[in-house]
Ligand binder design. Structure first.
Ligand code: DX5
Ligand code: ZN
Length: 218
């Protein structure tokens, strides 16, 4: 399974956002992770469509958009128009039928999708979506903020998701997000994660290329 590193721009310097994005891409990042927060689904407000539109204009990097918003179906078209490459929907953010509809609509717009689980949401909740989505995101912190402590009790859940996908013969990405650094990166890769989101660990690093390589396990 190839490891992908997705720096979260929530930890970037917004005064120099463009340079920060260029820097992590040149340092070897595979995705740019975009944490969209609405102040309702999570107790924080980050950024949204105008910022995504502007970033899309200046980079062809893969934009991995993490929607921490209520009832995301409403915004699939707007995020697709703004240039997202992948939209991740939280299972907890609407009734199941509308999450299925959001996945369908995103696919109709040519986007990849992910399904995200908050720490307290059991792995099994993602299973009905596994063959409909491209990625399952197991949060390793409570969503809403960067620079939080990694929740090691999420490791068995990551393993459960990976084992389920293997059992069903589904070649899907398993993404982890929150408190990922070179030390916790070893643990989540062993548990079966192959897409590692890292905000503070990457943006605080002096040598971003070395940090991204260490997150990759090389
Ligand atoms: C939290 C976000 C994460 C966060 C990661 O709600 O979804 O992507 O920005 O930041 P670090 O890597 O610093 O924990
Ligand atoms: Zn995120």
């Amino acid at each position: 399974m190839n490891i992908k590193i997705a720096p979260s721009i929530l930890s970037a310097d917004f005064w120099h956002l463009g340079e920060d994005i260029d820097e992590v891409i040149s340092a070897g990042a595979d995705y740019i992770h975009f944490d969209v927060m609405d102040g309702s689904f999570v107790p924080n407000i980050s950024f949204g469509i105008p910022v995504l539109k502007c970033v899309r204009k200046h980079t062809d990097a893969f934009l991995d958009v993490h929607l921490m918003i209520d009832r995301p179906l409403r915004y699939v078209d707007a995020f697709a128009d703004a240039g997202a490459d992948l939209l991740t929907f939280h299972i907890e953010s609407d009734d199941e039928e509308y999450i299925f509809k959001a996945i369908e609509k995103a696919n109709e717009r040519g986007l990849k999708t992910g399904i995200a689980l908050k720490p307290k949401t059991p792995a099994e909740k993602a299973f009905p979506f596994a063959d409909k989505t491209d990625m399952i995101l197991c949060m390793t912190v409570e969503p809403g903020f960067g620079n939080q402590a990694f929740m090691a009790d999420m490791l068995p859940k990551i393993r459960k998701v990976r084992d389920f996908l293997k059992e069903k013969g589904l070649d899907r990405d398993v993404e982890v997000d929150g408190g990922i650094n070179p030390e916790t990166g070893v643990l989540v890769r062993e548990a079966g994660a192959n897409v590692l989101v890292a905000g503070s660990s990457v943006f605080k690093a002096e040598d971003k290329a070395a940090r991204i390589s260490s997150l990759r396990g090389i």
